[in-house]
Design a protein around this ligand. Structure first.
Ligand SMILES: Cc1cc2nc3c(=O)[nH]c(=O)nc-3n(C[C@H](O)[C@H](O)[C@H](O)COP(=O)(O)OP(=O)(O)OC[C@H]3O[C@@H](n4cnc5c(N)ncnc54)[C@H](O)[C@@H]3O)c2cc1C
Length: 304
């Protein structure tokens, strides 16, 4: 942040574009080009009964509260639903603050989990259990608070269009587990409605902002977009790369130059490199030293 400020960038925090200030306001103040990089922070819900019970939260709210709010607490029987990075981060963060049990329910198998593999291993080392091939059917409560989850066992079925096999329920396999805190972490989508920008083209399936892939310009001249709000939940490296791509477009736009000339839509491709055994190291990849799992509990410091 300091390096960016040193370049002369003025950063205003605590401002929601669309609510506190609009793009039209900013245009009136003389700004001529805009880059939308609002991420994908709106939680996708499970659409099962009981999601509105006290003690049921989404991953982003849980992480926000535990990282930033003083006095935020977690239950003693936490169940996280999902298999991606936000599920594993939520479970590991909850485990550091919980005196009890934290487990993850995932409807597919370990191979299909989209979370970073090392993070999954660390979660298991920290005492988090993962129930694979398990899907929630109903969140149970006492009328106010969550008390458990009715689950069902799944089996892997036919291959789907995305190359992953579809999980299918096993009839008669329902069972109930106790829970006093349930975290829903099955994915997020961009919250574009908050932006309040008319004419922005939004994908009706996943709520991402549609852009011209080469320039990242939206269908409104001078408004560009990139990162998770265009790709859907992705990763830091690819989000940062779109920042660079948009900066090139914005620079051309402000100078009145052609946004496309000399640019290629082709992404860098991996190439095979012939490394002879003689050149390769005989040492195994070094493991980063890390704080042992028992010393990580009760705090949220970096572990490596
Ligand atoms: C729990 C979790 C764990 C993850 N773990 C990893 C990981 O291990 N490795 C990895 O590479 N990636 C990980 N990711 C993904 C990674 O965080 C994202 O791909 C990346 O941060 C996307 O960058 P972005 O700039 O598009 O959006 P973000 O980094 O999400 O930033 C968007 C910003 O815009 C702000 N914003 C939203 N709406 C408005 C508005 N209307 N006005 C003003 N500001 C607004 C948001 O508050 C936020 O600060 C993880 C994501 C999550 C949720």
């Amino acid at each position: 942040m300091e390096a960016i400020k040193a370049l002369g960038v003025d950063i205003k925090t605590g401002v929601t574009v669309g609510r506190d200030v609009t793009i039209s306001d900013l245009r009136e103040r003389g700004y001529r080009a805009f880059f939308l990089a609002i991420g994908a922070h709106q939680n996708i819900s499970l659409n099962i009964p009981g999601e509105d019970l006290e003690g049921v939260v989404d991953a982003i709210s849980l992480l926000f509260a535990l990282n930033l709010k003083v006095g935020a607490s977690v239950g003693s029987n936490v169940v996280v639903i999902g298999g991606g990075n936000s599920a594993v981060d939520s479970a590991r963060t909850a485990k550091r603050r919980s005196k009890g049990v934290v487990r993850i329910l995932y409807r597919r198998t370990a191979e299909e989990m989209t979370a970073v593999r090392d993070e999954v291993e660390e979660a298991i080392n920290e005492g988090i259990s993962i129930e694979y091939l398990t899907s929630p059917v109903e969140i149970l409560g006492d009328g106010t608070k969550v008390t458990g989850i009715r689950c069902q066992r799944m089996k892997m079925g036919e291959m789907e269009a995305d190359g992953r096999r579809r999980p299918e329920p096993i009839p008669g396999s329902e069972f109930v587990i106790d829970a006093d805190h349930v975290v829903i972490a099955i994915g997020q989508r961009p919250n574009t409605s908050l932006l309040n920008i008319r004419w922005l083209e939004i994908d009706s399936d996943d709520a991402t902002i549609k852009v011209e892939p080469l320039t990242l310009e939206t269908r409104i001249p001078g408004i560009f977009a990139g990162g998770d709000c265009v790709t859907g939940p992705n990763n830091v490296v690819e989000a940062v790369a779109t920042g660079l791509q948009a900066a090139e477009s914005i620079d051309r736009y402000l100078r009145g130059r052609d946004l496309r000339k000399g640019r290629s839509p082709e992404k860098p491709q991996p190439v095979e490199i012939d490394v002879s055994e003689r050149d390769a190291s005989h040492y195994k990849r070094a493991r980063m030293p890390a704080t042992p799992p028992y010393k990580r509990m009760g705090r949220l410091e970096e572990i490596a």
